[in-house]
Ligand binder design. Structure first.
Ligand SMILES: *[C@@H]1O[C@H](CO)[C@@H](O)[C@H](O)[C@H]1NC(C)=O
Ligand SMILES: *[C@@H]1O[C@H](CO)[C@@H](O)[C@H](O)[C@H]1NC(C)=O
Ligand SMILES: *[C@@H]1O[C@H](CO)[C@@H](O)[C@H](O)[C@H]1NC(C)=O
Length: 201
């Protein structure tokens, strides 16, 4: 009942908008489902943020890894200034988010095998991999719908992982960057969601 009401008022809103912006590139028929997709993406980013830490270390144990030199050369390391967030474009930011998501997936899947090889638990890596996959599928489908090209996969160079200690070091490195990525993604997606015609209903 609530849903019917929401989509009805959303439709009305869109019809009004369509009248106002006759010349705009707005595609009212697809806007409703596109708006909802941001919510689904945020859901997976949240799950990724709140899921068990990739390294499964306590804060005390983690101190031993502070300042470890970065080793994974293809791991995305996001650096964005405040001004970046003031001029976001859906097509550009989502293409970029897709590329980051793919790169993290490659690293997390590699980490899973590496941990398995040295008999460390792999559940956290599996969980992260699942949410990254859902997120990348949602973004891909969004990009399709706005007729944006899907960025091609870029291969990553990944080192050997001889010991459990190495696997832990890499887990910490990936977990740190993944956290920054989640933070960035959430901020970007929230901003698109706010701009969405249907989000206030
Ligand atoms: C993204 O969309 C904007 C208009 O909203 C356009 O000016 C820009 O060229 C597009 N960028 C790419 C990379 O397609
Ligand atoms: C895991 O072990 C297999 C077999 O020894 C090896 O081929 C593979 O490269 C290892 N993977 C990682 C990520 O260490
Ligand atoms: C996450 O983003 C907020 C701003 O949105 C920032 O204040 C905070 O320091 C960030 N945290 C990390 C770990 O990047």
């Amino acid at each position: 009942m609530k849903l019917i009401h929401e989509s009805a008022s959303c439709l009305l809103h869109l019809l009004l908008l369509a009248e106002v912006f006759v010349q705009s590139s707005c595609r009212p028929t697809s806007s409703f489902c596109l708006c909802g997709m941001f919510g689904s993406m945020i859901h997976h980013v949240d799950r990724l943020m709140n899921s068990k830490k990739l390294h499964e270390l306590t804060d005390e144990e983690l101190k031993n890894f502070v300042g470890v030199e970065p080793k994974l050369e293809n791991l995305p390391r996001l650096r964005h200034t405040a001004s970046y967030f003031t001029s976001l474009k859906v097509n550009e930011s989502l293409s970029q988010m897709y590329e980051y998501t793919q790169a993290f997936r490659v690293h997390v899947d590699w980490l899973k095998t590496a941990k398995d090889n040295v008999s460390l638990p792999v559940q956290s890596a599996e969980g992260a991999s699942t949410h990254l996959l859902h997120l990348s599928n949602l973004i891909k489908s969004y990009l399709h719908q706005i007729h944006e090209e899907i960025p091609p996969a870029t291969p990553a160079t990944l080192p050997a992982v001889p010991t459990a200690f190495d696997a832990l070091k890499f887990s910490v490195e990936i977990a740190e960057q993944l956290h920054v990525f989640c933070n960035w993604s959430k901020r970007v997606l929230r901003s698109f969601q706010r701009q969405c015609t249907c989000s206030r209903h």
